[in-house]
Design a protein around this ligand. Structure first.
Ligand code: ZN
Length: 370
């Protein structure tokens, strides 16, 4: 655990230590931060007053039992939505990221056209004070400013928006505390990657980091992006459905065929995995991740086997010796849980919590802290 000492251990940092590092007593907090017990007591009291932390009697180990401090997941809610081009899914989560209620939403025409329906369903599901909103959209988030504006008008709280692959990478990273360097690859209609490097999501200078679906492969075709050769044109969802000659109407049907042992579907997915493996191998040489996670409609065992085959053949041995390649742990709720991670990490970051506490101190009314 990184040692956080002196002035760095603000009240927001104390919350981080309780929430993320699993410290539960004032004594542990004092030891890890090097702060005096009275200062720790003062900061913990601020968090208790703000409802961000709860305190319960601890278990005695002989002397007086030390009170146990817990992050208060019930201290508010966040609204999340994972939106595609035609349909989406949305939910209300508590501050621990647990889904309290959820439902599908029709956004035919894309996130802009469907935002009214999203706001209506959130309104129906809402419970408890809303502290923030997290949204995943297909493609570049910068193209969805009208969505943010519409949400901000209804909910005057922090709003985070990002593309679906970045959001899933964040959610996956949250589940894997031990990994700081992770490449999340989504294999679905499109192919893309979310990069977590040094513990942080990397978006690049203009937000386009991780566009591995638009890296050229030798037999790639003319792509919708205007370039010739992108791997997405031979291993993206549309290409695979075409290869199956109409035997599957959509990607869930294709995945179901493969699960049922259909040899043609298995071969198509395995080969797609090999193709995707080409660009994943190149990415591994550049980024040196400890873990590659495969998610999306197509990331079953056949596609993953194909990726493994190419990666261990083509990526640098020094990068693959201890590399793990695994399916996503997020499952069907990947987008929603990723959105919850994104907005919770934002509103519960030490800087945001300290700023919110300062604002609450200086205002006369009883504005909620977050
Ligand atoms: Zn392309």
């Amino acid at each position: 655990m990184p040692r956080v000492t002196g002035v760095a251990a603000t009240t927001g940092e104390i919350l981080r230590l309780i929430r993320e590092e699993g410290l539960h007593t004032r004594a542990e907090l004092a030891r890890v931060t090097g702060l005096s017990r009275p200062v720790i007591g003062q900061r913990v009291n601020e968090l208790l007053d703000a409802g961000l932390v709860t305190e319960s009697p601890g278990v005695s180990s002989g002397g007086r039992p030390a009170a146990r401090l817990e992050f208060n997941g019930a201290g508010g809610t966040v609204l999340v939505a994972s939106l595609g081009h035609t349909h989406g899914h949305l939910a209300v989560c508590d501050l621990a990221g647990t889904i309290l209620s959820q439902g599908p939403v029709d956004v035919d025409g894309g996130p802009e056209a469907g935002i009214g329906a999203v706001l209506d369903l959130w309104g129906a599901l809402e419970q408890g004070p809303v502290r923030g909103v997290g949204i995943a959209v297909p493609g570049a988030s910068a193209e969805h400013e009208p969505v943010v504006a519409a949400v901000a008008e209804r909910y005057p709280v922090p709003v985070c928006i990002d593309n679906d692959v970045n959001v899933m990478a964040l959610g996956e990273h949250r589940l894997r505390h031990d990994v700081d360097d992770l490449l999340f690859v989504k294999a679905s209609t499109g192919i893309g990657a979310g990069i977590v490097s040094g513990g942080r999501l990397q978006r690049g200078a203009y937000g386009s980091a991780g566009e591995i679906g638009h890296i050229s492969v030798p037999d790639g075709l003319l792509c919708g992006c205007g370039t010739v050769g992108c791997v997405e044109t031979v291993a993206g969802g549309a290409a695979l459905l075409a290869q199956l000659g109409g035997r599957a109407a959509n990607l869930p049907e294709l995945a179901a065929l493969a699960r049922a042992g259909d040899l043609e579907a298995v071969a198509v997915l395995r080969d797609a995995g090999r193709r995707i493996g080409e660009v994943v191998a190149a990415s591994i040489n550049v980024l040196n991740p400890a873990l590659v996670v495969l998610g999306g409609d197509l990331a079953g065992k056949n596609l993953i086997a194909g990726v493994r085959e190419t990666v261990y053949q083509k990526a640098a041995a020094v990068a693959t010796r201890r590399l793990r390649i695994e399916p996503s742990l997020l499952g069907d709720d990947a987008g929603l849980l990723g959105c919850a991670t994104m907005i919770l990490d934002h509103i519960l970051s030490p800087g945001a919590v300290d700023a919110a506490l300062r604002a609450a101190h200086s205002s006369q009314d009883s504005t909620p802290v977050l």
